[in-house]
Design a protein around this ligand. Structure first.
Ligand code: DAH
Length: 346
């Protein structure tokens, strides 16, 4: 028996407890009711009385050694212990904090998928642009007020008094992408251009210096104003419901002729007049028109052969109408209470 005690003592000292499995194996081998130490205690009953005293002490020390080793290591793994009380397999799982999509990006995707249905592809252009793409090639007269420092953020300007096609600025509208696309592709062209735009405006509930637009362009032989109207009617009905009425009012933009602004019948009051539509029964949602021949020619497109229409809309404005958001600043402040309200919408 003495030999066994010495052998087991060495074994206990050398035993490497690395993980919860080897810890449990150690317990079963040395400390459990059927383990070797308990076995030795059984044998101890048969030991002769004169050996009992000595062997009894050694046996107790052996048990203490095993118990202490086990206890010293036990806490290292206890939080992973499959048998511990902390691990209640019936406990409900943690709530995964799912993010939500920003209303601007929801509306943007909606606009894109509507126009994709009628054959429009999607393209993008740079936010930092030159005067040539933002103004000159879009038929803006040299003295047009949009070219003023008051309205446009300039990064580089040749002269403070006069604008120059090489001036570098933040684009004030996505119409600049029309030029980029017409310079790099031959008609037929049918595409929309979503993107951020920048204007030198004081921030308020109704104005912001950064906002988002979606521009559209269709250039082909024999494109007519009727095509423009039909495409935009389709868009309005997909976006606001199939009974939505539209109205085109004459307007002016340098890059389109004729130009128009499009209204949709107010959904809140069904056209009767309310605060949202300022009692007119109509809500303005976009600008549009037939691409000006000067614009086509500035991109080397034969304006005798090709015609086209263009339109541009503000995403913030559409989202305001759709979700009845009354302050533009909410889009940019990232207030979680605002953003959370769009959680369920994909
Ligand atoms: N670029 C115009 C703006 O920012 C919107 C616009 C109007 C775009 C008419 C167009 C258009 O393409 O045809 O106010």
């Amino acid at each position: 028996m003495r030999e066994s005690i010495i052998r087991i003592r060495e074994e206990i000292k050398a035993y490497n407890i690395l993980d919860i499995e080897s810890q449990e194996a150690f317990r079963l081998k040395f400390l459990s009711k059927k383990g070797i130490i308990s076995n030795l205690f059984d044998q101890f009953k048969t030991v002769s009385p004169d050996e009992k005293r000595e062997l009894g002490r050694e046996l107790n020390q052996l048990k203490l050694l095993a118990t202490e080793k086990y206890n010293s290591i036990k806490d290292n793994f206890s939080s992973f212990d499959k048998t511990s009380k902390q691990d209640d397999l019936t406990r409900p799982g943690y709530d995964l904090n799912l993010g939500s999509r920003h209303p601007i990006s929801i509306i943007r995707s909606e606009i894109i998928s509507i126009f994709e249905k009628i054959g429009f592809s999607v393209a993008e252009g740079p936010e930092i642009e030159d005067d040539d793409h933002v103004f000159t090639k879009l038929n803006f007269a040299p003295e047009h007020p949009a070219r003023d420092m008051q309205d446009t953020f300039y990064i580089f300007r040749q002269s403070v008094e006069d604008s120059n096609p090489n001036d570098i600025l933040l684009r004030t509208h996505t119409s600049s992408v029309q030029i980029r696309v017409m310079q790099s592709q031959k008609p037929p062209i049918r595409a929309i251009f979503p993107g951020r735009v920048f204007r030198n405006e004081a921030i308020s509930a109704r104005a912001h210096c950064i906002f988002h637009q979606v521009e559209g362009l269709y250039i082909n032989e024999k494109v007519s104003f009727a095509d423009l109207k039909q495409s935009l009617l389709f868009f309005a009905r997909e976006m606001f419901g199939k009974n939505t009425d539209i109205r085109l009012r004459p307007s002016y933009f340098p890059f389109t002729e004729p130009s128009a602004e499009m209204d949709v019948r107010c959904r809140i009051c069904e056209g009767k007049g309310c605060n949202i539509c300022k009692h007119t029964g109509w809500l303005e949602i976009l600008g549009c028109g037939m691409v000006h021949p000067n614009v086509l020619e500035s991109c080397d497109i034969d304006s005798k052969k090709y015609t086209g229409f263009a339109f541009g809309m503000g995403i913030e404005r559409l989202a305001m109408l759709k979700y009845q958001i009354n302050d533009l600043r909410l889009y940019f402040e990232n207030d979680i209470r605002f953003l959370k309200q769009f959680r369920s919408v994909l």
